[in-house]
Design a protein around this ligand. Structure first.
Ligand SMILES: CC(C)(COP(=O)(O)OP(=O)(O)OC[C@H]1O[C@@H](n2cnc3c(N)ncnc32)[C@H](O)[C@@H]1OP(=O)(O)O)[C@@H](O)C(=O)NCCC(=O)NCCS
Length: 181
């Protein structure tokens, strides 16, 4: 896996993916605190201070480096508004597997933004970082998330049962390998 210490912005037709900065915290905190968004996320604390601290922690890391997530803020290029965030992380200890995650603010969902951003991030993981596979995890009940994974070329690898006390839920793992692109 290559480490991209420059990690410049990634541009798509409508979007700009740039490393998240502390000033993004207020906007990101607002949509990540939405119960429908938060239910699908691993972030336990979504208050502005915690989001800012997470952004600072993640910004010390370069894409391709082990140790945790690297986050990009997704902006609409035309308006400059933040529409969501995406991230990547190594699937340690598996070599050369990159995990991606994605969140689009509710008011901007349904416009193909997640698909457009994740397609670019998958390309980046293969072409710049040299990944052999790119992976996404979701709840089996999260139809929009699964649809995004499918639209960027991933397919179902595994469905697993998870237990959290009395609660039982199913998680899915989607993946695309370099030779399947
Ligand atoms: C998942 C998420 C990022 C998708 O963002 P988005 O920008 O709306 O996604 P897109 O517009 O690119 O694509 C969504 C797809 O899901 C489909 N979809 C939406 N709701 C659906 C539903 N209830 N059932 C089936 N498909 C659905 C859309 O029709 C679209 O597919 P299509 O282009 O074939 O019509 C967004 O819903 C989100 O942030 N959810 C909360 C956080 C989350 O779940 N993150 C992923 C964690 S693994």
């Amino acid at each position: 896996m290559r480490v991209d210490t420059d990690a410049g912005p990634i541009q798509t037709e409508r979007l700009l993916l740039r490393r998240s900065v502390p000033d993004d915290a207020e906007t990101i905190s607002a949509y990540r605190s939405d119960p429908n968004v938060n239910a699908q996320q691993g972030w336990e604390r979504t208050d502005v201070g915690s989001v800012r601290a997470d952004i600072v922690e993640m910004s010390r890391r370069s894409p391709g480096e082990p140790g945790g997530w690297v986050q990009y803020t997704v902006e609409d290029r035309e308006s400059g508004r933040i529409v969501g965030d995406v991230g990547l992380s190594l699937a340690d200890p598996e070599p050369n597997v990159v995990k991606v995650g994605y969140t689009i603010a509710p008011e901007f969902q349904g416009s193909g933004y997640a698909t457009e951003a994740i397609r670019a991030l998958v390309d980046y993981a293969f072409d710049t970082l040299g990944a052999d596979a790119v992976r996404a995890h979701a709840s089996a009940a999260n139809a929009p998330s699964i649809r995004v994974a499918e639209k960027v070329g991933m397919h179902l690898i595994e469905k697993r049962e998870y237990r959290d006390g009395d609660e039982v839920w199913y998680g899915v793992r989607y993946e695309v390998r370099r030779d399947e692109r």
